[in-house]
Design a protein around this ligand. Structure first.
Ligand SMILES: O=C(CO)[C@@H](O)[C@H](O)[C@H](O)[C@H](O)COP(=O)(O)O
Ligand SMILES: [Zn+2]
Length: 190
C-alpha cells in the first residue's frame, strides 16, 4: 500500500512537471483573454461531468467570491449546478444537451466557455463547446491527450496521461493559476 501511495504521488508530480514545462505561454495567453473578457463585461461559462463538474464549480467560486486578492466579484457560472434545469433538459430532450441548451440561453459572443473532459469525448461537453463556438464565444478546452474537445477549442490544455485522476489534478491546478493570473492582470494596482 505504501508503495502505491509513493507511485501515485510520483506520477502526479511527473504529470504536472511535464505539462507545465510546455504550457506557460498558453496559460498566460488564456489568462489575458479571461482578464480582457471580464474587463469588457463578459463572463465565464464552465461545464464538465463528475469530478470535472466539481472543478467547474470550484473555479467559478474562485472568480465569483475571490481567489487571493481582495477585489470585486467576477462573473463565472458553472452550468453543472441547477438540478431543475439539468433534469428538465435531460428528461425532455437528452443528457447530451444539458450544457448546450444552457450555453444557448446564457452565452453571449463576448463570453468565454470552458469545457472540461478528461476523455475529451463526453457528448454533452462536445456539444456545448460546439454551440459556444457557433455563438462566437471563445472556447477553452481542458482535456487529456485525446478526444474531440481539443479540435473544437480555441485554446486547448491537453494533459498527456492515461489516468483520469492525474489529468484532473492538472486541470484544477490550471484553473487556480488562470484565476491567480487574471486577478493580478485586472487588479494589480489595488
Ligand atoms: O472524478 C472522476 C474520476 O476521477 C469521475 O467522476 C469522472 O469525472 C467521471 O467518470 C466523468 O463522467 C468522466 O467524464 P470525462 O472526463 O471523460 O468527460
Ligand atoms: Zn475524481
Amino acid at each position: 500500500m505504501k508503495e502505491l501511495i509513493r507511485q501515485t504521488v510520483q506520477d502526479a508530480i511527473k504529470t504536472k512537471q511535464k505539462f507545465f514545462a510546455t504550457h506557460e505561454d498558453l496559460i498566460e495567453r488564456c489568462a489575458r483573454q479571461i482578464a480582457d473578457t471580464l474587463d469588457a463585461g463578459g463572463k465565464l461559462l464552465l461545464f464538465g461531468n463528475g469530478g470535472s463538474a466539481a472543478d467547474c464549480q470550484h473555479i467559478a467560486a474562485e472568480f465569483v467570491n475571490r481567489f487571493q486578492m481582495e477585489r470585486k466579484p467576477l462573473p463565472a457560472i458553472a452550468l453543472t449546478c441547477d438540478t431543475s434545469i439539468i433534469t428538465s433538459i435531460g428528461n425532455d430532450y437528452s443528457f447530451e444537451q444539458i450544457f448546450s441548451k444552457q450555453v444557448q440561453a446564457l452565452g453571449h459572443k463576448n463570453d468565454m466557455a470552458i469545457g472540461i473532459s478528461t476523455s475529451g469525448n463526453s457528448a454533452n461537453v462536445i456539444r456545448a463547446a460546439a454551440v459556444a463556438k457557433d455563438q462566437g464565444l471563445t472556447v477553452v478546452g481542458f482535456s487529456g491527450a485525446g478526444g474531440k474537445l481539443k479540435e473544437i477549442s480555441d485554446m486547448a490544455f491537453c494533459v498527456d496521461s492515461p489516468v483520469t485522476a492525474r489529468i484532473q489534478e492538472v486541470h484544477i491546478t490550471i484553473g487556480h493559476i488562470l484565476c491567480d493570473l487574471a486577478e493580478r492582470m485586472l487588479f494589480h494596482d489595488q
